[in-house]
Design a protein around this ligand. Structure first.
Ligand SMILES: O=P(O)(O)O[C@@H]1[C@@H](OP(=O)(O)O)[C@H](OP(=O)(O)O)[C@H](O)[C@H](OP(=O)(O)O)[C@H]1OP(=O)(O)O
Ligand SMILES: Nc1ncnc2c1ncn2[C@@H]1O[C@H](COP(=O)(O)OP(=O)(O)OP(=O)(O)O)[C@@H](O)[C@H]1O
Length: 456
C-alpha cells in the first residue's frame, strides 16, 4: 500500500523549482537546504478531462497501481518507490502561481489540480543524493517496441505488420515532411549498430523522446553550443582538438557511447519491456475493438485487488503452454485481455532515465584492458549494486557501476536506471486508441508511397 506523510517543512512554494511537465503531471524539484530532500521531486496531477472512476483517491490509486502492477512486472530495481505527501489547495495554488512563467505555452491550458489531496514524492532520477561529482542524465521515451502479429488485424491494414507503430505515427505529427529517423525497433534490437543508429537519431531530433540533463537541469539539445555543457563532465580539454566542431562531435560521441554501454548492461530491462508490451497486447486494438463490439462485456475500472489478480492471471497465461485459444474466450477471459491491453498501453508510454555520476574510484590509473577487468571483478564482488537510502523518507534506489571504455581509455561511473510514468490508463481511453490507430494507418497509407519495413 502507498505510504502517506505530512511533512510541514515542505509546504513552502519557494522550496520548489519547476522541473518538467507532461500531459498529465507537473514535476517540481526541491531546492531547499535539507539534504534529506536534495534529490527528491514532487509530482502533481494536472486538471485533465479524463478522470478515473475509482473508489479511492486517484494519487493513492496510481501509487498503489505502480506498486501492485508495475513493480511485479518490471522488477523493483527499475521502479522507484514513492511516498504520498498530503497537500492543501493553498499550497498548490501558490505553486501554480510561482511556476506559471516557466511553463510551456502548449501545456498551460491545464493547471495543477487544486483538488488533489496528495502529491507524490519520489527520488529525482536525474540527480544523486550525494552530489559530490558532476552528473549527467538521459531520459528515453522509447514507445512501441514490437510489430503486431494479431490475426484480428484487418487485411486492409497490412502495413501494421511491417511498419512499426512509431514509424507510422510520425507521419501524423507536425514534422511529417521530415520525420525523425528514430525507430524503437532499432533500440530494442540490442544490436550494437542499430542501437547506435537509434540513439544518434534521437540526439539529432530528440522531440519528446530524448531529454538530456546536467546536474538535474534540462539542456536543450540543438541549441547553440549545447555541447559545451558536456565538456566538464567528460573532462575534455584536449589541445590537439582545438577545432570546435571536432571537439563537440567528440563529446557527443562520448555521451552516445556511454549511454549505449549502459543500455547494453541493462539489456534485461529492454527485453522485459518489449516482451511485456507485446504479450499484453496480443490481440491488437483491432482485436480489442472486435471483442468489445461482439461481446459487449460489462466493464469497470478494476480495484487494486482486482489489478493484482489480473497480473497473476497474465503471468499464468503466459507461462502455460496450453493457454486457451483466443477464439474461445469466456467473459472473464475477455475482460482479462482488455485490462491487459491497458497495462500494455502504460508500458508503451513510459520513459527510462539513466543517470551517471563520475566516480572518484579511478581504477588507480590503469588503462589497459586486463587491469581494468581485474579491478572490475574486485569492485563487483563487494559492491556492484548497493542501495541508497534517504533515511527520513526512506526512498530506496539501486545504483550500479560502469567502466566506460572510450577508444581504449577507461573511466569509472556510478549509474542508476529508473522507469517513470507508469500510471494506469483509464478504460475511457480504449475508444481513443481505436480511433488513433485507424487515423495513423489511414494517414500512413495516404502519406508515403515507400512503406518502411521495420524489423524486430
Ligand atoms: O497516444 P500516443 O501514442 O500519442 O501517446 C501519448 C503521448 O504522446 P506521444 O506520442 O508520446 O508524443 C503523450 O505525450 P505528450 O503529451 O505528447 O508529451 C502522453 O504521454 C499521452 O499519455 P497521457 O494522456 O498523458 O496518459 C500518450 O497517450 P497514450 O496513448 O499513451 O494513452
Ligand atoms: N522522478 C523523476 N525524476 C526526475 N525527473 C522526472 C521524474 N518524474 C518525472 N520527471 C520529468 O518530468 C517529465 C514529466 O513527467 P511524467 O512523465 O511523469 O508526466 P506525464 O504528464 O505523466 O507525461 P506524459 O505526457 O508522457 O504522460 C518527465 O518526462 C521527466 O523529464
Amino acid at each position: 500500500m502507498a505510504r502517506i506523510e505530512t511533512i510541514h517543512e515542505l509546504y513552502n512554494a519557494t522550496l520548489w523549482d519547476f522541473k518538467a511537465e507532461g500531459n498529465a503531471n507537473i514535476i517540481l524539484s526541491y531546492n531547499g537546504e535539507n539534504d534529506i530532500f536534495s534529490a527528491v521531486v514532487l509530482r502533481l496531477r494536472k486538471d485533465n478531462e479524463i478522470k478515473f472512476d475509482t473508489a479511492v483517491d486517484p494519487q493513492f490509486f496510481t501509487t498503489s497501481y505502480v506498486n501492485f502492477v508495475m513493480m511485479p512486472l518490471l522488477g523493483s530495481k527499475y521502479v522507484g518507490e514513492s511516498i504520498l505527501l498530503e497537500v492543501r489547495p493553498e499550497f498548490l495554488k501558490a505553486l501554480s502561481r510561482a511556476i506559471l512563467p516557466l511553463r510551456s505555452k502548449k501545456r498551460i491550458q491545464n493547471d495543477i489540480d487544486f483538488k488533489q489531496r496528495y502529491g507524490m514524492l519520489t527520488p529525482n532520477h536525474t540527480r544523486f543524493s550525494v552530489n559530490i561529482n558532476p552528473t549527467i542524465s538521459v531520459e528515453l521515451k522509447p514507445k512501441w517496441a514490437f510489430l503486431p502479429s494479431s490475426s484480428f488485424i484487418n487485411c486492409d491494414n497490412y502495413v501494421k505488420l511491417q511498419s512499426c507503430r512509431f514509424c507510422m505515427h510520425k507521419y501524423l505529427n507536425k514534422d511529417k515532411r521530415n520525420p525523425t529517423r528514430y525507430c524503437p525497433l532499432d533500440l530494442f534490437s540490442l544490436e550494437d549498430k542499430r542501437v547506435r543508429k537509434a540513439i544518434e537519431s534521437l540526439i539529432n531530433d530528440p522531440g519528446s523522446n530524448l531529454k538530456l540533463f546536467i546536474q538535474g537541469t534540462q539542456i536543450e539539445i540543438g541549441k547553440e553550443n549545447w555541447q559545451t555543457r558536456l565538456y566538464e563532465f567528460f573532462e575534455i580539454d584536449c589541445p590537439m582538438l582545438d577545432d570546435r566542431k571536432q571537439k563537440s562531435d567528440r563529446v557527443v560521441d562520448m555521451l552516445i557511447s556511454l549511454l549505449i554501454q549502459a543500455i547494453m548492461k541493462e539489456q534485461d530491462l529492454f527485453i522485459k519491456l518489449k516482451r511485456l508490451q507485446k504479450t499484453l497486447d496480443e490481440l491488437d486494438i483491432e482485436g480489442i475493438d472486435q471483442i468489445l463490439l461482439t461481446h459487449q462485456p460489462k466493464l469497470s475500472e478494476p480495484s487494486l485487488e482486482e489489478w493484482k489478480l489480473i497480473v497473476n492471471e497474465y503471468k499464468k497465461r503466459t507461462s502455460d503452454e496450453n493457454a486457451f485459444e483466443i477464439t474461445n474466450m469466456d467473459d472473464k477471459q475477455i475482460r482479462q485481455r482488455i485490462y491487459e491491453y491497458l497495462i500494455s498501453a502504460t508500458l508503451k508510454d513510459c520513459s527510462i532515465i539513466f543517470a551517471f555520476q563520475k566516480s572518484d574510484y579511478n581504477g588507480l590509473g590503469i588503462n589497459n584492458k586486463q587491469g581494468v577487468a581485474e579491478l572490475q571483478s574486485q569492485f563487483y564482488n563487494y559492491s556492484s549494486i548497493f542501495p541508497e537510502r534517504l533515511q527520513q523518507i526512506s526512498l530506496t534506489e539501486t545504483q550500479s557501476a560502469i567502466y566506460h571504455n572510450y577508444n581504449g581509455s577507461y573511466k569509472h561511473y556510478i549509474y542508476k536506471v529508473n522507469v517513470i510514468d507508469l500510471d494506469p490508463k483509464p478504460l475511457a481511453k480504449l475508444h481513443y486508441y481505436k480511433e488513433l490507430d485507424t487515423e495513423i494507418v489511414k494517414n500512413y497509407l495516404k502519406c508515403t508511397t515507400i512503406k518502411k519495413k521495420c524489423s524486430e
